[in-house]
Design a protein around this ligand. Structure first.
Ligand SMILES: Cc1cc2nc3c(=O)[nH]c(=O)nc-3n(C[C@H](O)[C@H](O)[C@H](O)COP(=O)(O)OP(=O)(O)OC[C@H]3O[C@@H](n4cnc5c(N)ncnc54)[C@H](O)[C@@H]3O)c2cc1C
Length: 397
C-alpha cells in the first residue's frame, strides 16, 4: 500500500484549497442566507477540471485516479458541505455509475458532457416512503413500444433544480421485489419531468435539495441503464462510489473543525491562559486529530481498492460510517470549544455542526452501516463479484 501522494495529487490539493479559500469561503455566509450558491461556481469547477477528475480522458475527464476524487472532496468540504455534495452526486453517484454500467452510446451522450462540466448529473433513489428500505419504492416504469413510461416521485434529491441528467430507479416488475427494479437515465427536458426545492433545511443551506416528479414521462428504451431488473444492484454499486466521496468530504469537515479550533484555542484566554493549555480542551482537539487521521486512512485505502478494480462495499461502508461520525463529533466539539461564540454566525463552527448531520443520514444512515458491518463480521453478508466493475486505474486508452 502506498501512503504517498504523487506530485500531481499534491498540486490538485493545493489548487482546490486555493479555490475554496478564495472563491468559496468569502461568500458562504451570503450564499447560505440566499439558500443557493452562485451558479458561476459550476463553470469554475469545470475550468479547474473538477467535474470529471477520475473519469478517463477519452470520456472528457481528467483521467486521474480514484484517490484524486477523494482529495477534491476532502478539500471542497473543508470549505462547505454543499460543494462536496454537488461533486458527490455529479461524479460519484452519476458519472461513475455511467462509467461502470453505461453502454458506449450512453457514455458518449451523457458521461462525456458531464465529465467536461457542460452538463450536471444527479441521482434519484429516495422516495417519500422509501429511504433505507429501497425496495419500498413506488415509482413504476411500464414498457410502451420503444419507450418506458415513468410515473412517481423522488424526494431529498441533491441538485434537483440544477441537474440536467438524473439516474433514477423504478419498478419494471414489482412482483420480483429487489430484482424487479430498473435504472434509467432521464433528462430534465423530458416531458412530464418537474422539480421543486425543499425549503427550511437544517444544514447545507447553500445547496439545492428537493423533489423530482415523473408524470407519464416518456423515456426512450435506449436510456435503460444495465438490464431490466438490475436497478437495485446498480443503485448499491453507485453508493459504493457516492459513499467514498461522502467519507472523504467528512475528513475535510474534521480538518475544518480542527483548523478553526486550533486558531481559537490560541486566541481565547480563561483563568489567565490560552484555552488550548487546558487539558479538557486539548482532549477535544486531540480527538479531532485522531478522527481526521483515521478517516483519511480508511478513505484512501478504499481509493486504492478502486484503483485496483477490487470490490470495496465493505470497506467503503466502514469509511463512510466512521468518517461521518468523526466529523459530526468534531463539529459538536468545535462549537463547544468556541463557547457561546460558537453558537453564532460569527464563527464557522455552527455551520459545520449543521452540515455534519446530513452525511450521517444520507447514503446509508449510521444505523444501516452499523448493521452492515456487524453482518460482515458475523458472516451474514458477503460481497459477490459484480458482472461489471469500474475500470482499474491507470485507465486504458
Ligand atoms: C441533504 C440530503 C441530501 C440527500 N440527497 C439525496 C440524493 O441526492 N439522492 C437520493 O436518492 N437521496 C438523497 N437523500 C436521501 C437519503 O439518502 C435518505 O434520507 C436516507 O437514505 C435515509 O432515508 P430516510 O430519510 O427515509 O430515513 P428512514 O429510512 O425512514 O430511517 C429513519 C430512521 O430509522 C432508522 N432505520 C431504518 N431502518 C432501520 C433498520 N433496519 N434498523 C435500524 N434502524 C433503522 C434509520 O437509521 C433512521 O435513523 C438526501 C438526504 C439529505 C438529508
Amino acid at each position: 500500500m502506498n501512503f504517498e501522494f504523487s506530485d500531481e495529487q499534491e498540486l490538485l490539493r493545493k489548487t482546490v484549497r486555493q479555490f475554496v479559500d478564495n472563491e468559496i469561503i468569502p461568500h458562504i455566509a451570503k450564499w447560505e442566507e440566499q439558500g443557493a450558491f452562485d451558479p458561476k461556481i459550476w463553470s469554475r469547477l469545470s475550468e479547474l477540471g473538477l467535474m470529471g477528475v477520475c473519469i478517463p480522458e477519452k470520456y472528457g475527464g481528467s483521467g486521474m485516479d480514484y484517490n484524486s476524487l477523494a482529495i477534491v472532496c476532502e478539500e471542497l468540504e473543508r470549505g462547505d458541505t454543499a460543494f462536496r455534495t454537488a461533486v458527490s452526486v455529479h461524479t460519484g453517484l452519476n458519472s461513475m455509475t455511467l462509467l461502470q454500467w453505461g453502454t458506449e452510446e450512453q457514455k458518449q451522450k451523457y458521461l462525456e458532457p458531464q465529465a467536461k462540466g457542460e452538463k450536471i448529473g444527479a441521482f434519484g433513489l429516495t422516495e417519500p416512503g422509501a429511504g433505507s428500505d429501497v425496495a419500498a419504492m413506488s415509482t413504476v416504469a411500464v414498457r410502451d413500444g420503444d419507450n418506458y413510461i415513468l410515473n412517481g416521485q423522488k424526494t431529498w434529491i441533491s441538485l434537483c433544480d440544477a441537474a440536467d441528467h438524473f439516474i433514477v430507479f423504478a419498478y419494471t416488475d414489482k412482483s420480483k421485489k429487489h430484482h424487479g427494479i430498473s435504472a434509467f437515465i432521464v433528462e430534465r427536458t423530458m416531458e412530464g419531468f418537474s422539480s421543486k426545492a425543499i425549503k427550511g433545511k437544517y444544514g447545507i443551506k447553500s445547496g439545492n435539495t428537493g423533489e423530482i416528479f415523473f408524470e407519464n414521462m416518456k423515456v426512450p428504451k435506449e436510456n435503460l441503464l444495465g438490464e431490466e431488473g438490475e436497478g437495485f444492484k446498480i443503485a448499491m454499486a453507485s453508493l459504493d462510489n457516492g459513499r467514498f466521496t461522502v467519507a472523504a468530504g467528512a475528513a475535510g469537515l474534521s480538518l475544518a473543525c480542527l483548523e478553526a479550533c486550533v486558531k481559537y484555542a490560541k486566541e481565547r484566554e480563561t483563568f489567565g491562559k490560552e484555552i488550548g493549555k487546558h487539558q479538557l480542551v486539548q482532549q477535544m482537539i486531540a480527538k479531532m486529530e485522531a478522527g481526521l487521521q483515521m478517516s483519511r486512512l480508511l478513505v484512501y485505502r478504499v481509493g486504492e481498492l478502486k484503483n485496483k478494480g477490487v470490490r470495496n462495499t465493505r470497506e467503503t461502508s466502514l469509511a463512510k460510517w466512521q468518517a461521518c461520525d468523526f466529523a459530526n463529533k468534531a463539529a459538536d466539539d468545535a462549537v463547544q470549544i468556541h463557547g457561546a461564540y460558537g453558537y453564532s454566525d460569527e464563527y464557522p463552527v455552527a455551520r459545520y455542526l449543521r452540515n455534519s448531520k446530513a452525511p450521517v443520514i444520507y447514503e446509508g444512515t449510521r444505523e444501516i452501516h452499523t448493521i452492515m458491518q456487524a453482518e460482515y463480521v458475523l458472516g451474514y453478508r458477503e460481497d459477490k463479484k459484480l458482472n461489471r466493475m469500474l475500470p482499474k486505474w491507470p485507465f486504458e486508452e
